[in-house]
Write a protein that binds this ligand. Structure first.
Ligand code: MN
Length: 718
């Protein structure tokens, strides 16, 4: 792309708009210009020029992107609310809602008050991404604003320059690349490079100029040969030399640890032809003229980059043994490579909210959605950095279609990228025909076949290794629905059981009367009612009491209240994943403690019982796996839990006193004790102890074991 001179008059701006949009509303542009000029009248740029120079140049850059008139008008007005007495209402009244929205987004992006500049910047970017997900034009206007500021960066003090250049290099350039705007990415990089490493930049600039002079004759010779052969083969094509951008050369020198002299593709030859088929024809012709360098051929036509870049690249050994890089593409591919998302935006005067090519956005939308709840702006920014330049792997379906996934993606990610149901029902995967584990990390070029089984369902464990937002979101959604189903079944059970106990028909659980009774709790249908009971949000006794005559319930109430209190105490410190307030109790078989790995089992009628994961009651052969739910300790340090401990000792006087002393030093209460003697003159003590957590139990048991005469101390589970 030829970098055009910055626009400096409104007439020049309108000429440029007309060059691609003959129907542009020039009246609107003149009004926006006049308004902005007036508003910024007293302001000067850092270099001393009138301020209006900046909004005009920004509007000009938006023309280079062939944007719609509203965006260009917003470019002219973008700093008015921020820097002058103008209000958002003024803009809305004068220029309408669409332009007001764009200007307002730009204002919000710069108007922040924060303690540290780091916070301010991070928050700025967060807002930029949110605004961008809403309307892509916001980011393109922001790009234009940033580009003009970069072009005039020399007027800022040294310290500010470096900081802004860094930010442009770290965020704006990769973002422009991700959105496929090639010229903008290169200019952002070169301008940043110039201010971050001024000396290196200047040196490189001189070397490139020298090389261009030296190679001019040589390249001309190569161009002539290629043009002649294209003509002879009747393949349409334009051929020209193109200098790689400075930062690209610098990166190559750094990456390959080579000097400038060894970078052979400083100047590449680009051939633009008409069809993808002819791209390959041109390639064949080049390869028949000169020997290709092995491993230097890249086919981005068959496998486009994630930003939709398409081109064939090949390096050949040219005349006199010099290496020359060729880039072959169609007009359309060239346009996409330069303009990216902007090529799809165009000047068609589309309004806000209209969908454009989703390929550019789906990643962005999913990213923003996944980050919505990240309260910390700096954390968000880190996630952005990781996301705008994602490293990807390309893999194949068994039919040979290419699928692009982030590095580290697994067969489960692949399955969800095909279809949600394929993801849900995925039980295994074959990579290059060999069975691999589901957590296998996909490699470039792998061919993946997903093994599904009808009725199979996702596992919470998958969340630990899937990489894509899509897979994560689908799995979570499924788990949520599933947990609601469990809550529903549980709630219905609890309700029916309570009805029976009160000599009422269990059929009432699905009756109109019960809905009537549930009305004060703002419950409208049976499902919601059962879920509310299952999750413990609604007391089943309160509900039933309102169905019974008063006298019958008074005593019952007292008993229930006590029971519920006990149950609440019992369930302190446990949390069921993804579910709040479900009723549960610790099982009396394994007496789990905080620190133990636990799982929940949805019982019939008594809520969820909590077991240690290896409790024999949970043996999968006897238990319905559907009724297991994930639980974890919520870290409530106050509660204590009953634990069964058995101590075997020699039959000796005073041992019980010693054991009790140990317990009291650890602050452990004994809630129950049985003692007996065995035939071998041994004593057996069965304690039920009140224990805080696993650590306290382990320490107590260790100390008990150290008492002389103690043979064995063991925790009794099931
Ligand atoms: Mn500005």
């Amino acid at each position: 792309m030829v970098v055009l001179r910055d626009i400096n008059t409104v007439d020049a701006l309108i000429d440029r708009v007309f060059s691609y949009n003959s129907e542009a509303n020039t009246d609107l542009l003149r009004r926006a210009y006049a308004y902005s000029n007036e508003a910024h009248f007293k302001q000067r740029r850092k270099g001393g020029n009138p301020y209006i120079e900046h909004p005009l140049a920004v509007a000009g850059i938006l023309c280079d992107m062939k944007m719609d008139t509203n965006s260009i008008a917003a470019g002219l007005l973008h700093d008015t609310v921020e820097d002058t007495g103008t209000t958002a209402e003024d803009i809305k009244g004068l220029f309408g809602e669409d332009i007001a929205f764009l200007v307002d987004s730009m204002t919000k992006l710069s108007r922040m008050e924060f303690k540290t500049t780091e916070d301010a910047q991070a928050e700025n970017f967060r807002r930029m991404f949110l605004a961008m997900a809403e309307d892509m034009r916001v980011i393109l206007i922001k790009f234009a604003d940033r580009l003009h500021n970069m072009r005039t960066l020399e007027y800022l003090p040294e310290s500010r320059r470096k900081k802004i250049a860094r930010e442009t290099m770290d965020i704006y350039a990769p973002l422009a690349n991700r959105l496929g705007i090639g010229w903008l990415k290169s200019e952002f990089e070169d301008l940043s490079f110039k201010f971050i490493m001024p000396e290196t930049y200047r040196e490189l600039e001189q070397k490139v100029a020298k090389k261009r002079d030296e190679q001019e004759g040589y390249l001309f010779e190569v161009l002539k040969i290629v043009e002649a052969h294209l003509k002879a083969a009747s393949i349409p094509g334009r051929v020209f030399g193109r200098v790689k951008h400075f930062y690209g050369i610098y990166q190559k020198m750094q990456k390959q640890k080579i000097s400038f002299e060894l970078v052979y593709d400083v100047i590449a030859i680009r051939i633009i032809t008409d069809t993808p088929g002819n791209c390959y024809a041109v390639l064949g012709l080049i390869h028949s003229l000169w020997t290709p360098v092995p491993g230097r051929f890249k086919d981005f036509v068959g496998a486009p980059k994630s930003n939709l870049y398409q081109s064939l690249h090949s390096t050949i050994i040219g005349p006199k043994g010099e290496r020359v890089e060729f880039q072959i593409r169609t007009d359309e591919m060239d346009r996409i490579a330069e303009e990216g998302i902007a090529a799809h935006w165009k000047y068609k005067e589309k309004g806000r909210g209209e969908k454009i090519d989703d390929k550019y956005f789906s990643w962005l939308r999913e990213f923003v959605k996944s980050q919505k709840d990240t309260p910390d702006a700096i954390e968000f920014l880190e996630a952005v950095k990781g996301n705008i330049a994602p490293v990807v792997v390309y893999v194949f379906t068994p039919e040979g279609d290419i699928v692009e996934l982030p590095l580290g993606a697994t067969p489960v990610d692949f399955a969800y990228s095909i279809h949600t149901e394929v993801g849900h029902q995925c039980t295994g995967a074959k990579v290059n025909r060999r069975i691999v584990p589901l957590r296998y990390k996909l490699q470039n070029g792998d061919t993946i076949e997903i093994i599904t089984s009808h009725g199979h369902t996702p596992s919470r464990d998958w969340l630990k290794f899937v990489k894509t937002q899509r897979a994560k979101a689908r799995i979570k959604q499924w788990l949520k629905i599933e947990e609601r189903k469990k809550g529903l079944a549980l709630g219905q059970e609890l309700l029916e059981r309570a009805l029976r106990k009160n000599n009422l028909s269990p059929l009432l659980a699905k009756s109109k009367e019960i809905l009537e009774a549930a009305k004060p709790f703002r419950i409208r249908n049976h499902d919601d009612l059962h879920v509310a009971i299952g999750y413990g949000r609604l007391s089943v006794h309160k509900l039933i009491n309102s169905l019974l005559p008063d006298s019958e319930t008074a005593e019952e109430d007292l008993v229930t209240a006590k029971k519920e209190k006990k149950q609440a105490e019992d369930s302190k410190g446990i949390k069921i994943m993804g579910v709040d307030n479900i009723m549960f109790h610790r099982s009396k078989c394994c007496y789990p403690l905080p620190g133990d790995k636990v799982t929940g089992f949805v019982t019939r009628g008594r809520g969820v019982s909590i077991h240690t994961v290896n409790c024999s009651t949970l043996d999968t052969h006897t238990i319905d796996a559907d009724r297991l739910v994930d639980v974890e300790w919520a870290g409530d340090g106050e509660a204590t839990y009953s634990v069964k401990v058995q101590v075997l000792t020699v039959d000796k006087r005073g041992l019980l006193a010693e054991l009790s002393a140990v317990l009291s030093t650890f602050n452990v209460n004994i809630s129950h004790l049985e003692a007996s003697t065995t035939h071998e003159k041994q004593a057996l003590f069965n304690f039920i102890l009140e224990i805080r957590d696993r650590k306290q139990l382990d320490e107590t048991m260790k100390k008990m074991y150290q008492i002389s005469g103690v043979i064995e101390v063991r925790r009794v589970q099931a």
